[in-house]
Ligand binder design. Structure first.
Ligand SMILES: Nc1ncnc2c1ncn2[C@@H]1O[C@H](COP(=O)(O)OP(=O)(O)OP(=O)(O)O)[C@@H](O)[C@H]1O
Length: 700
């Protein structure tokens, strides 16, 4: 269990506390007295600036002169202010935590698909097209139940093969129908999924399964596409219809030819997420429409985290369902009968914490990083894994689209390193270039699909994304999941980390927490999720491998291994590079502020039961600003549009509003909606062209 994880300011220093977000109007924190020792770093920054693109050489300037002649010097050359990264940070709390026994599931069984009563062509397609021979546990449990025509509620860990668990019996039943299916009959099955990428992925799997049964036509509706072309496809006929709920409701309301007279299957994948996203109303509209057309139907709900909250959805959509939970099956086998009885009697009296199964080969880590050091630590981690180690493919989660856009640009410019950043004679030990991609709900659909496909196929690379990529996506060979902002629930944590270590593979995850957020580790432990600590200092040592961040000091001996002082210097040089890039134009400063504001907005939306861990008042605005490459805490956040707000005509919220409790739910709904929108509103959305590395535009 985590220790010392108090709500606020674990080890926070009095000076730091003073500058916390107390004023609703965001008065900037008072300036710290510069200490003479900072000169070392100021000099480092000067060196770094000399190497930076387009920045004029800077001479070290005595502190007094900087203060006295500020106006004068601002006229003649830009004022360079250097980060004191390692000063006045809150202490990193010690985490004394007992390892918890995680819930385990066996992914594979030794049973083959040929043991099931399936069409021989379907079995050969599974074997030859999908290259699969033996069933996973969830497939072994679920397929026979669904073949019997029963409704089911299916829970099994991420990456355990749930798509085929419903896909195989669906295809088996449709191909064997007495009167052969006609395209013009319309949907026989409806598959609801929360995101467009997942819709595409499920469609792809269906297409493969249907190879021998060409008369059954699958189709996808997912927003972002032209409504007209979707209507045309609906008119021609789609027998297995895969859709996001919002988009389907749009068509139910506006497309005359859509009907569900033959629909005998309803599958809701990631069922709990569909509820979280506030799609409940949409699902109700869909269920009413289906019921109006046909009374009997086979219904299936699936997820890795079917929590109690899904009961409501199960009640209205399932009929006498079979409940399949692979972890529970294993627990039953492992526990002696007497213990089971004891637990049964005690669990009837108390509500148990929800425990989720984590893939066995997934190693989970957390790192506690003071806000000021977050950006350099993230950068060092990316460099360490994706530049100086081979064959890593990484997904990094952020809490808003604006952060993804901002960090994508910043990391491409500063880390991916154009030739201008390489010092002649100081080449890096690795010539591997970093490839960054980004994915979020505010991108045009065409680009989203392109990025998704590119990352799907690539063997390496770094994908920066929002939770739009957290659910269901099956991206092979991902070795690291990084969560820069902790997710709002352990269930979401499970889904994010579940993008790696799929179907028995190895994988790793890293959760970045601020010192004040250390309590999250105990929260995870209370759900039987085991995370080990990775030390920030260790992460930063990978900067020693990159000479672009070396501080050149006359008379300095050659770098020796992991000298902590030199690591700190390099971290400071890197932070200065970030700050220089951000402050190189008004546009980039504005962009950083917008990203910071979206971070703060998202921070206010943590649920009430996590407010003791994530309270906006625990944040030190000046320190957080550093993690956005800003030199100081911005004063004018109110002048910026709120995260997730799309229309310019909307009244802009005051900063005080951001801090109001009541704001939280609405903001969360807005942010999430923007991620998962039906896509019908593309006309009013901001047009965004794909920015290629090195050819980036600064949004105005
Ligand atoms: N029996 C099997 N043997 C080997 N690989 C399989 C088997 N069944 C499915 N797979 C593969 O496992 C991967 C994960 O499957 P899938 O995406 O259906 O998992 P999931 O349980 O739905 O995950 P999530 O909970 O994250 O949505 C896919 O690449 C799929 O092709």
């Amino acid at each position: 269990m985590a220790a010392g994880a108090g709500p606020r300011g674990i080890g926070a220093q009095p000076g730091a506390l003073k500058r916390k977000l107390q004023s609703p109007h965001g008065n900037p924190p008072e300036k710290r007295q510069r200490k003479p020792s900072l000169n070392t770093f100021r000099k480092g920054a000067t060196e770094a600036d000399r190497r930076g693109k387009g920045n004029p050489p800077q001479q070290p300037v005595p502190k007094k002169q900087l203060t006295d002649n500020r106006n004068e010097s601002q006229k003649s050359r830009p004022f360079i202010k250097t980060s004191s990264l390692f000063k006045n940070n809150p202490d990193i709390p010690e985490i004394h935590r007992k390892a918890v026994q995680q819930v385990q599931e066996n992914v594979f069984t030794t049973d083959s698909f040929s043991q099931l009563d399936l069409h021989p062509h379907l079995i050969s397609t599974i074997n030859t097209v999908l290259n699969i021979s033996s069933m996973t546990s969830v497939q072994k449990e679920t397929i026979p139940v669904l073949l019997q025509g029963r409704d089911a509620l299916v829970r099994s860990q991420t990456g355990s093969g749930k798509t085929l668990a419903y896909g195989i019996p669906l295809v088996q039943s449709l191909q064997g129908m007495e009167s052969k299916i006609q395209r013009s009959d319309g949907p026989y099955a409806l598959v609801l999924v929360p995101t467009r990428e997942l819709a595409l992925q499920s469609f792809d799997t269906m297409q493969k399964l249907l190879k021998p049964f060409t008369w059954i036509v699958p189709g996808v509706l997912m927003g972002g596409e032209k409504r007209k072309s979707e209507k045309a496809r609906l008119r021609k006929g789609i027998n297995i219809l895969i859709s996001t709920p919002g988009r389907l409701v749009d068509h139910i309301k506006s497309t005359e030819c859509i009907h569900f007279r033959h629909t005998r299957w309803l599958i809701i994948d990631e069922a709990d997420r569909i509820l979280d996203l506030g799609f409940e109303k949409d699902v109700a509209v869909i269920l009413n429409t289906l019921n109006a057309h046909r009374e009997t139907r086979q219904n299936v709900l699936l997820s890795a985290t079917l929590t109690e909250g899904v009961t409501r959805l199960a009640d209205i959509s399932l009929n006498d369902p079979v409940s399949i939970s692979i972890a529970d099956e294993i627990q039953k086998v492992l526990k002696p009968a007497s213990q089971k009885d004891r637990e049964a009697s005690s669990s009837s009296n108390c509500t148990e914490q929800e425990n989720f199964a984590v893939p066995e080969k997934l190693k989970q880590y957390f790192v506690i990083v003071p806000s000021k050091l977050r950006l350099v630590t993230l950068a060092a981690f990316i460099l360490g894994k994706c530049k100086f180690e081979k064959h890593h493919k990484m997904i990094i989660f952020f809490s808003s689209c604006e952060q993804v856009e901002f960090y994508y640009d910043l990391l491409v410019k500063v880390l991916a390193g154009g030739p201008e950043l390489e010092q002649p004679g100081h080449s890096s030990p690795s010539s591997v270039s970093l490839q960054f991609l980004r994915l979020h709900g505010d991108m045009e659909q065409e680009e989203r699909t392109e990025v998704f496909q590119e990352f799907l196929k690539s063997k390496t690379g770094v994908l920066l994304c929002t939770d739009v990529a957290a659910r269901g996506l099956d991206l092979p060979q991902v070795t690291w999941i990084v969560q820069c902002n902790a997710p709002a629930s352990p269930a979401e944590y499970i889904h994010r980390i579940g993008r790696t270590a799929r179907i028995g593979c190895h994988g790793n995850s890293l959760l970045v927490l601020a010192p004040s957020e250390a309590g999250y580790v105990s929260l995870l432990a209370s759900h039987k999720i085991n995370v080990s600590e990775m030390k920030m200092e260790k992460v930063l040592t990978s900067l020693m491998k990159d000479d672009r961040f070396k501080l050149h000091r006359p008379g300095r001996k050659k770098s020796c291994g992991t000298n902590p002082q030199e690591v700190r210097e390099r971290a400071t040089v890197l932070q200065t590079k970030f700050e220089n890039h951000v402050h190189s134009s008004e546009g980039t400063v504005r962009w950083a502020k917008k990203a910071l504001q979206s971070f703060l907005c998202a921070y206010t939306t943590y649920p009430r039961n996590l407010k003791h861990i994530f309270h906006i008042k625990s944040l030190h605005l000046g320190h957080v600003a550093k993690s956005f490459g800003l030199r100081d805490a911005p004063q004018n956040l109110t002048a910026l549009p709120a995260a997730g707000s799309k229309k310019k005509t909307k009244p802009r919220p005051k900063r005080s509003d951001l801090l109001k409790k009541t704001h939280g739910k609405r903001r969360l709904a807005e942010i999430l909606r923007s991620e998962y929108s039906s896509g019908m509103d593309t006309k009013v959305r901001r047009k965004k062209k794909r920015r290629k590395p090195g050819n980036q535009q600064i949004p105005t």
